[in-house]
Design a protein around this ligand. Structure first.
Ligand code: PEP
Ligand code: MN
Length: 346
């Protein structure tokens, strides 16, 4: 439920609504807007006495949020959520943001080499896993904490922000210490204790769609994070399981406009995991930007043939340069622009 205040409501009237909600046993979330303040009521699963709130001084109307994902919905918040990182990158505004890097941090030479090239090409966020959720327990699981420290070094040198995955609640705090954005992977999209923990981390969260999850499932998982008080969530379409073996997954581009209509949260696309094939990444990246994605996540490796994971879908750095040129043109055609490169790379 959302209580919308009149545009001339006083701070005392707003506080009166907050106090009443709390007295009724709920939590109040005031949201100042451009025109007027709205106050979200959370913690209600049943019937709320709307009449009591409606009759308070300064109240314009009470809106019942019909969707089960409440704080995530457009009904709750009409303006898009824009997330600003320490390096100035803004996600969810008019700019298209590119996060790029190898699947995993493998060594200092590998991550520094690729980070420099990506920053020079205009990527503003470096991606790479230090903790890797692998299908096989015998496959490379990531460098762990030393990997996080290498990412921090790459940030220091290039100015790029860091997005990296937390695979369990135990390691999330460690990841939060080093990352600008904490990634929750597809396999963990419905790991509710991890989502709750992410909601309390105070960091922006990149939430990837599970490989068998509906858009509604994705939004409900995001709601777990917002319910803990963290509104900085970026959604990511990374492909769902299909029946055709020509690609690794089926990149659901329709999810982009669907999410945009249902939610105020930014959504990006990951055509690397979405297709699993290097040759398909650039065409689908172009299509995702054209479809309205707020950004892209692209796997790039300095030597994909020797990559310890996901080499077949990793672009060569030269291909990444081409991709950046092309999506810049597409962004412009739909009234957007690529995010400004980070200062060190300009
Ligand atoms: C990744 O980003 O490297 C990754 C493991 O992605 P996903 O969770 O989408 O499979
Ligand atoms: Mn990967």
């Amino acid at each position: 439920m959302l209580v919308v205040m009149r545009h001339d409501a006083t701070p005392e009237e707003i506080q009166g609504v907050v106090d009443t909600m709390e007295e009724m046993g709920y939590e109040a979330r005031p949201m100042p807007g451009k025109q007027r303040t709205a106050i979200g009521l959370v913690g209600n699963d049943g019937k709320v006495n709307a009449d009591r709130l409606e009759s308070l001084s300064g109240v314009m109307e009470v809106i019942h949020v019909s969707q089960p994902y409440k704080q995530v919905s457009r009904e709750w918040r009409e303006e898009p959520t824009v997330i600003t990182l320490d390096n100035g990158t803004r996600i969810g505004g008019s700019e298209v943001v590119v996060m790029a890097g190898p699947c995993a941090v493998e060594s200092e030479a590998q991550i520094m080499d690729v980070a420099r090239r990506l920053a020079a090409a205009g990527a503003t966020i470096l991606r790479a896993g230090a903790f890797k959720p692998r299908t096989s327990p015998y496959a490379f699981q990531g460098l762990g904490e030393p990997g996080l420290r290498l990412l921090a070094r790459a940030r220091e040198e290039t100015g790029m922000a860091i997005v990296t995955e937390a695979v369990d609640p135990e390691s999330l705090d460690l990841v939060a210490e080093h990352a600008d954005i904490i990634q929750i992977g597809a396999r963990n999209m419905q790991n509710f204790s991890l989502l709750r923990r992410a909601g309390r981390s105070g960091k922006p969260i990149l939430l990837k769609r599970g490989m068998a999850a509906t858009v509604k499932d994705l939004l409900m998982s995001a709601e777990y994070i917002l319910a803990e008080g963290n509104g900085q969530v970026i959604l990511c379409e990374r492909g769902v399981k299909g029946f055709d073996t020509h690609t690794r997954n089926l990149l659901d581009l329709t999810a982009i406009p669907v999410v945009k209509s249902l939610s105020h949260l930014p959504i990006i696309a990951d055509p690397s995991h979405g297709t699993g094939l290097r040759a398909k990444v650039i065409p689908m990246a172009r299509a995702a930007v054209a479809a309205g994605a707020d950004g892209l996540m692209i796997e790039v490796h300095p030597d994909p043939e020797r990559a310890m994971s996901d080499g077949a879908q990793s672009l060569f750095p030269d291909q990444f340069d081409t991709l950046m040129d092309q999506i810049g043109t597409i962004a412009q055609a739909i009234g957007r622009e690529l995010a400004e490169p980070v200062a060190a790379a300009r």
